[in-house]
Design a protein around this ligand. Structure first.
Ligand code: BGC
Length: 741
């Protein structure tokens, strides 16, 4: 009884305490700001890159250190490790008001221990594993003196030419929003300021993923409906999960650079969404408003950025050079400057940096945390979950460990750096297990041989003979091909997303031996590989799986882990189909029969369907969907219905199915996509086991933005679809939303 009363009292007090703490920080920030000169305020908005890019040998290095001592720098990026962060922080503390620096870093998918690239992790559809991965990345980074990560990237991306699809959660808004939440929770932990967490950044605000023609930094032009419905929700989800900061983006949106975009930053983010954190510009994006043709010069860019709601200037030197004058001349109001400074100082207080500016930079913790063996185990777990079995003809996989000969072939078979993917920042990272090493250590009685053939980008046939000879001697071939790590990520747009070099030719030569060929593919984006898709016996899409990649792939190849990953992005057949998403519109001339497409919305040289659809991914077992029920045929706007069905594991292996719920609003005031993901669950079943799975459908799930950009659901009929992939719907039902009374 006593306990209950206490718990209740504590629960009631909590919001009050949180409020009190806010008020306390508020007072502290206000007191500090009273002492600050305009120049010192401007300094807080200046973010500088550290040694990685400038280096002690660069000519202005000494000047930069002097600026830090003078309080002209508010934050640094690319300074990491306890020793360096302590050294630089000490300089900032020599400034008149002793305001500590914030250290930011692109901790995108791990720090010391490298996890799969974000797109790969997203294929796990596993929110706990994704949160855990972000949390470990944060724990390691925070132990190395870092306060703040420039992640998660929550840009929806439907164009695999864009190299940065690798950094996000793929094409879908519903899945992307769930992943945005999981990543923010993972990075930030329970409370900002805990030294096993870092501040998260939802980036790049906004619509960067829709760059025209998939060319990085290119313009974006889209309807507000698309913006609100497809591109903004993951940002809102990140904000609701508590994201401390946002980063704006390089692109223009409907003619206005995101960095100078009042509508995005003031009206939406800080206005209707009531965001209390701060916005950092993207690298040099304030300055880039000049070549965009939106600002006359750097001074003008500074004014336009801050007035539009962009608070901190990353590496444009716009504010530090010009903002003081702009405030004096009245182009920027003191109130605007104060608001930006307030937001940044607030976070510094919240992180506890004024109490102890070195609290993240403790050598003993750095050593212990970076050596924590549980981090590798977590990296293996999420890497396994991220692998997608695209094809498994005649049950070629799993491989047997009995006495047989396995030829491991290919340019990426023994690669290590490529398994890590882009955006790895620590120099001294956890060792990587190559796929060859993984296969060797898991092979049991099987005999493993290896031939590299020739490099991933090679356009000759050197080494093909040796590879063919190895295949001829073997019972089965595992061919490891793909993109090298440096072909995806920022500034890595490609017009041709086929396998680089002669890798498909290598496949054809090996296939010609008549031996079964299992292809393991590494990449940071969907690739086009039609010969392999048609002829390989099995295909495992491994993305860039991280430090434990080799063990994860081996576990899947030998069946120690039954693959469960599902594609978070559509795989086209050709670049000509891009952009391609399962959530497309019907058109007035939809294709109902691929053999009869005359005067239909179709191509004369390709089918419309993708090579592999969103949500696709096979298992070593089979799942049967049956017995769909919907609790009611119709629902009033205030009601809910429950959709249920039986999922059975009818195969011989235990396995996990990611069941997917899609819906279509059949007739609406604005046409709706033919399918929209509205729910998913990961269900683990033993052989022969069956479980009833349920989804709740409410008005919110049926809602969309109408032509007036008002969010709501319209009365009418909705088709409900449940399946194993967006193109593998197993059960269908319907519900009618009744008009409001
Ligand atoms: C990227 C950002 C990144 C920043 C700092 C920019 O070029 O677009 O995503 O956080 O650099 O490294």
């Amino acid at each position: 009884m006593k306990k209950t009363t206490l718990a209740l009292a504590a629960a009631l007090l909590l919001p009050l305490m949180a409020h009190a703490q806010d008020a306390q920080i508020d007072r502290k920030v206000a007191a500090l700001m009273k002492q600050m000169t305009v120049a010192e305020k401007v300094g807080q908005l200046h973010q500088l890159s550290g040694r990685l890019f400038t280096g002690p040998t660069s000519s202005d290095y000494a000047a930069k250190l002097a600026d830090i001592r003078l309080g002209k720098v508010g934050s640094m990026l690319n300074i990491k490790g306890v020793a360096d962060t302590r050294e630089i922080q000490a300089l900032a503390l020599q400034s008149r008001l002793h305001i500590p620096l914030l250290f930011g870093q692109d901790v995108i998918h791990g720090y010391h221990t490298v996890f799969p690239v974000p797109l790969g992790e997203s294929a796990s559809w596993d929110m706990e594993a994704i949160e855990q991965s972000a949390h470990i990345a944060a724990r390691e980074a925070a132990a190395a003196g870092i306060h703040w990560t420039f992640a998660p990237m929550v840009d929806i991306a439907r164009d695999p030419r864009w190299g940065r699809v690798m950094e996000g959660a793929g094409e879908d808004t519903f899945l992307g929003s769930a992943i945005a939440r999981a990543r923010v929770h993972g990075f930030q932990g329970k409370q900002l300021g805990a030294t096993d967490s870092v501040m998260a950044t939802a980036k790049h605000f906004a619509a960067y993923g829709a760059a025209v023609a998939g060319r990085d930094y290119n313009a974006v032009d889209m309807s507000n409906q698309q913006l609100f419905e497809v591109y903004l929700p993951p940002f809102k989800a990140a904000l609701d999960a508590g994201a401390a900061t946002f980063m704006n983006s390089f692109n223009t949106l409907n003619g206005i650079p995101a960095t100078g975009n009042l509508f995005l930053q003031r009206d939406i983010l800080k206005g209707s969404w009531n965001f209390k954190g701060f916005v950092v510009s993207d690298w040099g994006s304030v300055r880039e408003m000049v070549p965009h043709g939106y600002a006359a010069d750097l001074a003008d860019a500074s004014v336009k950025a801050i007035n539009a709601g962009s608070d901190m200037d990353m590496e444009s030197y716009a504010h530090i050079k010009h903002l003081e004058d702009a405030v004096k001349s009245g182009k920027v109001k003191m109130k605007t400057l104060d608001d930006a400074v307030y937001r940044i100082l607030y976070k510094k207080f919240e992180l506890g940096l004024f109490d102890d500016p070195y609290r993240y930079s403790v050598a003993a913790r750095e050593k212990a945390v970076l050596a924590d063996p549980s981090h590798r185990a977590a990296a293996l777990d999420v890497a396994q979950k991220s692998l997608v079995l695209l094809k498994n003809a005649a049950k070629t996989l799993p491989l047997s460990r009995a006495a047989q000969k396995i030829a491991v072939i290919g340019p990426l078979a023994d690669a290590k750096r490529d398994l890590e993917g882009g955006w790895v920042v620590e120099g001294d990272r956890a060792p990587v297990v190559s796929i060859l090493e993984g296969i060797r250590s898991h092979a049991g009685k099987a005999e493993v041989s290896y031939a590299e053939a020739c490099g991933a980008g090679c356009t000759g046939t050197e080494g093909f003979d040796d590879a063919v000879a190895a295949a001829t001697r073997a019972d089965v071939v595992v061919l490891v091909v793909g993109e090298t790590w440096d072909l995806s990520g920022e500034a890595k747009s490609r017009t041709d997303i086929t396998l680089p070099g002669h890798q498909e030719q290598l496949f054809a030569a090996l296939k010609a031996t008549g031996k079964p060929v299992v292809v393991v593919m590494l990449a940071g984006r969907p690739l086009v590989f039609n010969t392999i898709a048609d002829q390989a016996d099995a295909i495992v899409y491994a993305w860039f799986p991280g430090s434990e990649g080799g063990n994860a792939v081996a576990n899947v190849l030998f069946g120690d882990y039954n693959p469960s990953g599902k594609l978070p992005i559509t795989f086209p057949r050709s670049v000509g189909q891009i952009p391609l998403s399962y959530a497309q519109y019907s058109t007035g001339r939809p294709v109902t029969d691929e053999k009869n497409v005359v005067y239909k919305s179709a191509y004369i040289d390709s089918v419309n369907t993708p090579r592999y659809a969103f949500g696709h991914g096979l298992s070593y077992t089979d799942f049967k969907y049956s017995g769909l029920t919907i609790s009611s045929k119709a629902m009033a706007p205030s009601q809910q219905v429950t959709l249920s069905f039986d999922l059975a594991n009818t195969g011989k292996a235990e396995g996990t199915e990611i069941v997917q719920l899609y819906l279509r609003d059949l007739v609406a005031s604005v046409v709706r996509p033919v399918k929209e993901l509205k729910g998913f669950q990961k269900v683990h079943l033993l052989p022969g086991e069956q479980r009833r799975v349920s989804f709740t459908i409410d008005r919110e799930l049926l809602s969309f933005f109408n032509s007036q950009l008002v969010w709501g659901a319209e009365a009418g009929d909705f088709k409900l679809m449940v399946g194993s992939a967006s193109d593998d719907i197993r059960l269908e039902g319907a519900v009618t939303l009744l008009p409001s009374k």
